[in-house]
Every structure is written in C-alpha cells, then in structure tokens.
Design a protein around this ligand. Structure first.
Ligand SMILES: Cc1ncc(COP(=O)(O)O)c(C=O)c1O
Length: 367
C-alpha cells in the first residue's frame, strides 16, 4: 500500500480522510488577523479546534499573539512543540491535574491558567508553594458573563476573588477571562445585542477590580461569532476565536460565510440500495453529530445522516442524480472541534494535490 505523501494526488487517500482546503484556511486566518490589525486587540486563537502545533505555528506566523488551549494535556503537547505562550481556559482542579500543571509551568513559565473559586486558587497556591516556591503562577479570574458554565459572578464576587488571588504569595493575577460561548450561533442582531450586554458586565467588573488597585494586563474573551463585537469595548485586550480556521456547517448556517468551510471529510459510496439513496463509509466515528448532521459539500439537494458508527446514508429527491458505487465525495462537518478529534491527521490540499500532512497531535487530549 502506498503511504500518502506530499505531492501526491488527493486520489491516493483512503477514505474516510480529513482534508483541508489550504487556500480557504489561509484566507480565513488572514481575514481574522486583518479584522484586528488596526485595533489594539490581539488575537489569541483557541487551539481546541485545530489541536495541532503545526497549525498553531501557522496562526502565530500570521500574527496571532499567544494561543489558548482547553486542557492541561493539550498544553503539554503544544508546549513540547514550542508553542509556549498558552492560556488554559478551563479550571484546573484536583491534585493529579494540578501536579501535571506544575510540572508544565516549571518548564514553561508562560503557561497561564484561569480560576473561578477561592478553593481553586488556594489549591494552586498551595501546590506552587510545595513544588515551585520560587515561581509565581500566572492566573486569570474567570467571570461568568452569561454563559452560566464556569466563571464567578461579575461584580463584587469577582472583585473579591481577584483580590484574593492578588494576595496569594505564589500566584500572580494577570487578567480576567469572560467568554460568551452561548452567543456564538445566534442570529446577528440578537448576537450583537446580547454580546454588548455581556461585555458591559465584563467592563464594569474590570473597572471595579482596577479600582481596587489591581493590575489586569489581559482581558480575554470572544469566539468566532462574537470577537468583533467584543473588540468594540476598550477594556478587552484580546480575543480567543477557534472555529474560524476551518468553520463548520452549524457555524456557517448561523453566522454566514465570512469565513469559508475549509475542512471536509472525504468518503466513498460503498452501496446503492435504492435510486434515491446511497451508503457511504463515514458514520459517527468520522463525523460528530452533536450539532446536527454533516452536509454533503457539492450536492445541495442531498441530505446526510449517520447510519451507525461506520456508515452514513445520503438521500435525495433529484432522480437524475447519478452517484455510482465507488464515487468519492466530501462532507462538511456540523461541528468542527468534535470531528477533528476523530482523526489522526489532516491532509492539506491545494488544486487536488496533497500540500501538507499535519498530525492532530492533541487528538484525544481531554485531560
Ligand atoms: C473558552 C473558550 N474560548 C474560545 C472558544 C472558541 O470559540 P469558537 O470556536 O466559537 O471560535 C471556545 C470554544 O468552545 C471556548 O470554550
């Protein structure tokens, strides 16, 4: 069997395979960077989407300033590959994970973390005191700006936590995070209105914290659907979008085509049980469906649905459509992050030729 190599035709790829239109991806990245070029805001892309140090480096080369990751295990992969200005955007709780974090921070002191509780802050402080007493861990207080996931309540509670962190010997308060994930897929008017409300909460709390004499170097927020709205606010220093690199069908259906669908799953028709139905070799193990079903790329009248782990069904009403057994076709995932996590590598394609092979090195890194 031939191992796919750079310079080969896309036709050598077995299916299902994850393929990236390099030109669309680069346009997406350039567009995001351009949007913030004339502002004083930085783009710190969230790597929970790409899960690849090589693509992280591409983002940094294009103008990103630092990166976000969701988990300590993702940070380990990125840092080992030289991506070291990292913000871990999920709270780190438990002695096992904190131990892992301390090992990482001792090697890469520019790794930053978020906290949303006095408990969490005290645990981090204690571990630093025990294992890295000569260092200070960089900490951002996470504020709940409306998502009602993690984050301490804005206002006095957040101010109290910021003061607490600021007073701990082994932590250094460097900023706040306020992420409005619940707004990313809303229709434009609603997204703008609610994002401004969220940012007003964030701004007011940032001011209250500063009024206490504390310094906040970083105020980080925003995803692909909201980052431009967040950037209207003076207090925001950086945005942390992730999905824009590849986009997905759910995002595109919600916010439009500013960023193009750059990634798809290449599959093969393996059975034609009826004139209006085909079976392909991509099911739940190749295309996540937590945000609905994937969409066939080149056939707008065709619908896809998973038919188990390994199979997918395509259905259509246009009886003239021929789709012979053996035909290869691409599907746009409904949710990019959970689909990327299913594959070992990306094949970067330009004009039908494999231009790059990027391992999804942080695949499965959920700890
Ligand atoms: C904390 C945080 N920041 C940023 C992002 C990136 O958002 P998006 O992929 O919508 O651009 C996410 C995505 O889940 C997130 O959880």
């Amino acid at each position: 069997m031939h191992t796919p190599t750079i310079g080969d035709s896309v036709d050598v790829l077995d299916t299902p395979s994850m393929v990236v239109d390099v030109s669309i991806m680069d346009q997406n990245i350039a567009k995001m960077m351009k949007r913030f070029e004339d502002t004083r805001k930085h783009v710190r892309p969230h790597l929970k989407t790409v899960k690849s140090p090589l693509l992280a480096q591409r983002l940094l080369n294009a103008g990103a300033r630092g990166c976000c990751v969701a988990k300590v295990s993702e940070a380990e992969v990125m840092a080992a590959a030289g991506i070291t200005d990292l913000l871990i955007t999920t709270e780190i709780i438990g002695t096992v994970k904190i131990g892992r974090l301390i090992d990482l921070v001792m090697k890469y002191p520019t790794v930053k973390v978020v906290v949303d509780s006095i408990y969490g802050a005290n645990e981090l402080n204690l571990a630093m005191q025990q294992f890295a007493p000569g260092m200070k861990l960089q900490v951002l207080v996470e504020i709940n700006v409306g998502q009602n996931r993690t984050g301490i309540a804005p206002g006095s509670e957040a101010v109290g936590l910021a003061k607490h962190v600021g007073g701990l010997k082994h932590l250094r308060l460097v900023g706040v995070q306020g992420y409005e994930g619940h707004l990313q897929h809303l229709a434009k008017d609603e997204r703008v209105r609610l994002c401004r409300t969220a940012m007003e909460k964030l701004s007011a709390t940032v001011q209250q914290i500063k009024d206490e004499g504390l310094t906040l170097d970083i105020v980080t927020t925003g995803g692909t659907g909201t980052c431009e709205i967040c950037a209207e606010f003076d207090c925001v220093t950086e945005v942390q979008p992730g999905s824009f690199v590849f986009m997905d069908a759910a995002y595109r259906n919600a916010i439009g085509t500013t960023y193009g669908n750059a990634l798809s799953i290449l599959s093969t028709v393996i059975s034609r049980p009826a004139t209006d139905r085909a079976v392909i070799d991509a099911g739940l193990k190749s295309l996540s469906n937590d945000s609905g079903n994937a969409e066939p790329k080149a056939y707008s009248s065709m619908r896809y649905r998973p038919a188990g782990d390994e199979h997918g069904i395509l259905e259509w009403h246009d009886l003239d459509l021929r789709l012979d057994i053996g035909t290869r076709l691409e599907l746009i995932p409904s949710h990019i992050d959970t689909t990327v996590n299913l594959f070992d590598v990306y094949y970067g394609i330009r004009n039908g030729i494999i231009e790059a092979i990027w391992p999804v090195s942080a695949r499965g890194k959920v700890q």
